[in-house]
Ligand binder design. Structure first.
Ligand code: GDP
Ligand code: MN
Length: 378
């Protein structure tokens, strides 16, 4: 689960990281009262669940009331890469001398958390990693946390001044404590700044909590903002589907994670791009198929849909029934390619052919066919 910046900052504050005060507004009027209370200059920041808001124009330092009203209205009307801005954070503008990066992320390859710090903060860390990798210090952590001496080493990498290093080491230690105690898969501060008077402040917060740990964190689970999340992901979670949004145009409905991955691979192999990974699981529940179709037909990027079902515990006829029920309800014009094989395959084919649909049994053929249909529809 991704937290908004203001929520992440609350978590940071509670964990002892210095964060400037701030208030969240949903309307310009509400925002104006907060700004009046804080005094100018202030920063207006779009609260959406994606990064790169600065580059998109969703972060703005303003110096007076007139400019504030204009910019607050503009940002509240923005759409940042498909995310409508419904909330803005109003926070005092800090004077910045230097911008650093500090983040802890789960490194899946090494199966440990990875601390990364960089004196080149304020920009995408991915860009720094590509262009000037020597400007990133990486420290793999173990299950027990971050020893103080390593936090100090990280701080020395960022700034030569002992007084600043002390504050940075403190922030990095606290960030690690938060990462472990809140079951994060990411806890990131970018930028972590030093002011001209030598004070250290966290000006941004990106926190991702491991969904599987939310039972342990009722306070964090309550922060979930359904309205700001991808509607497909919200529906999939509610219906018990495993769904991952990808960049392509081919919607996939598959049973079982292994088959899902094989399907993604085969689509890529034949030059197509999957729009998602959607696993209806090993059950025989037509409602799940209907939910899957709902998610895919709402997604504007999807040009064609592939059903790839290997019947075992999942019965092919149940999937066919779910698909037909979904089509009755939503009546999509999207091309649908069906490949099924295994349990109750014969019954499934009969159900489909009664409605003028045919199912393939060869996976390779089905994948090539859906790529062609998506290309025609593009
Ligand atoms: P992001 O682009 O979504 O990561 O949003 P950030 O919160 O990181 O803001 C983007 C940039 O805006 C930062 O790197 C800073 O340069 C600038 N910024 C954010 N807060 C302040 C502030 O309080 N004062 C000043 N002067 N600049 C700020
Ligand atoms: Mn940032």
């Amino acid at each position: 689960m991704n937290l908004h910046e203001y929520q992440g900052k609350d978590v940071f504050r509670a964990g002892g990281i210095p964060v400037p005060p701030g208030e969240v507004a949903r309307t310009v009027e509400e925002a104006e009262t907060f700004a009046a209370r804080l005094g100018f200059p202030v920063v207006i920041k779009a609260q959406v669940l994606i990064g790169g808001r600065g580059k998109a124009g969703g972060v703005k330092v303003v110096k007076n009331g007139q400019e504030f009203t204009r910019e607050a209205g503009r940002i509240l009307g923005m759409d940042i890469r498909g995310h409508a801005v419904r909330k803005i954070l109003i926070t005092p503008a800090m004077e910045i001398e230097k911008e650093f990066y500090a983040g802890i992320v789960l490194d899946r390859k090494y199966e440990t958390p990875l601390l990364m710090v960089s004196p080149a903060g304020g920009v995408d860390i991915e860009d720094v990693a590509r262009q000037t990798p020597e400007k990133i210090l990486r420290l793999h952590l173990d299950g027990r946390g971050l020893p103080v001496y390593r936090a100090r080493a990280a701080a020395r990498f960022l700034d030569p001044r002992p007084k600043v290093q002390k504050q940075l080491a403190n922030v990095i230690s606290r960030l690690a404590d938060i990462y472990y105690s809140q079951d994060c898969s990411l806890a990131e501060i970018n930028p972590l700044v030093v002011t001209p008077s030598g004070e250290v402040w966290a000006l941004d917060a990106k926190v991702v909590i491991d969904d599987n740990a939310l039972d342990r964190h009722a306070d964090l689970a309550d922060m979930r903002d359904l309205g700001a999340e991808d509607p497909g992901e919200v529906e999939a979670r509610e219906r018990g589907l495993s769904y991952v949004r990808l960049d392509g145009s081919i919607g996939c409905v598959v049973n079982g994670a292994g088959l899902a991955m094989a399907t993604m691979d085969l689509i890529q192999f034949h030059g197509g791009k999957p729009a998602n990974f959607l696993d209806i699981g090993g059950s025989s529940n037509p409602d799940k198929v209907t939910a899957a179709m709902n998610i895919l037909t709402r997604d504007q990027r999807v040009r064609a849909v592939l059903f790839n079902i290997f019947g075992g515990i999942t019965r092919c006829d149940d999937v066919a029934r779910g698909l037909l029920a979904a089509l009755d309800r939503i009546g999509t014009k999207l091309p649908i390619v069906i490949r099924l094989t295994g349990t109750n395959e014969k019954e499934a084919r009969e159900l489909l052919s009664a409605r003028g649909m045919t199912a393939l049994s060869d996976m390779d053929e089905a994948v090539r066919s859906v790529i062609a249909r998506a290309a025609e529809a593009a």
